[in-house]
Design a protein around this ligand. Structure first.
Ligand code: FPP
Length: 297
């Protein structure tokens, strides 16, 4: 205990002497320590998924595209369960982007209906299973009944501590940054106070850890405006599997790929040593030191 305090004092002193470099280094180490390990393998603390390929899946079966989205919800239910089984604490899914408004009206309407229906049919079960649901995106542009359903799902599950599921709906990374800048300017923030940390505090994801792993299904190799700020240091994994077909084997393959990556956070191999902790707590999202995690790079 006393040794810990002395080390903290020394770190603070060093930080004063070197202009904060050692403090940032300590934060980076704190982030590495927060990487979760199971059977000696790193498990992402936060997986973000771009659920692509619903349309192609439907077309291959001569079905309307909306049927592909329905099958996509089935896949999402499976993956929520799988992430929980694999002790992944947080999952974010890209369900409707700000660019998706440009799709044919029929498809936009189908996706809006699907969101509303899925909340109605799934929220009670997810709540019973301890899942915490959050919406990420521009809520105000959505129809009032969808806004109400989203508020309900967030309020109902706000104290749950098992898997944290973030539904990115009417979400766009650039729109999010624009909203953050507007918020800071409206608050009269002086230019010298605009830092990476300050921007992070004004993003929709302000209380959440950055994703460690971004999975994209459907074979494309781009971020499509998804969590572009937060995913700056995420590992990226693309699979040709169409989202409705994504199953256990696909998730395990993505987790395997993640475990095999060496995360350097812009440093050299020799500067980064990821050492598995002796034991990992069963659920760490609620106990994450958010300030330290968000500040580390
Ligand atoms: C991209 O596939 C997928 C979407 C735009 C919607 C994703 C939605 C789901 C998976 C269902 C879950 C949604 C809710 C509302 C809970 P695409 O249509 O672009 O497929 P394509 O590239 O094959 O055309």
């Amino acid at each position: 205990m006393a040794r810990g305090r002395i080390q903290t004092l020394l770190a603070t002193w060093r930080s004063l002497l070197d202009g904060g470099a050692s403090y940032r280094e300590a934060e980076r180490r704190a982030e590495l320590a927060q990487l979760r390990f199971r059977d000696g393998r790193a498990i992402p603390r936060h997986i973000a998924v771009i659920m692509d390929g619903n349309g192609r899946w439907a077309t291959q079966r001569h079905l309307p595209r909306s049927m592909g989205h329905h099958a996509g919800v089935e896949a999402l239910r499976r993956v929520v369960q799988l992430c929980d089984d694999q002790h992944v604490p947080m999952l974010s899914v890209y369900a409707f982007s700000t660019e998706n408004w440009g799709r044919p009206q029929e498809e936009v309407d189908a996706l809006m209906r699907l969101m509303w229906e899925t909340i109605r049919t799934d929220v009670e079960r997810l709540h019973r299973n301890g899942v915490r649901l959050r919406h990420i995106g521009r809520l105000a542009d959505l129809a009032p009944d969808i806004q109400e359903a989203i508020r309900h799902m967030m309020e109902l599950t706000q104290h749950n501590t098992k898997l944290h599921l973030n539904v990115c709906f009417n979400y766009g990374g650039r729109a999010e940054i624009v909203d953050a800048v507007r918020e800071m300017m409206a608050a009269g923030m002086p230019a010298e106070e605009v830092t990476e940390e300050a921007i992070g505090r004004h993003l929709y994801t302000r209380d959440l850890p950055d994703p460690d792993l971004v999975i994209r299904t459907g074979g494309e190799m781009r971020l499509s405006n998804y969590l572009i700020w937060q995913a700056a240091y995420a590992e990226y994994y693309s699979t040709p599997t169409l989202w409705p077909d994504f199953d256990d084997a696909d998730l395990l393959a993505a987790l395997d790929a993640f475990a095999g990556r060496k995360r350097r956070f812009g440093k050299l191999d020799s500067q980064v040593a990821e050492v598995p902790p002796a034991s990992a707590p069963p659920s760490i999202v609620s106990s994450l030191p958010q300030a330290a995690v968000k500040g580390a790079r």
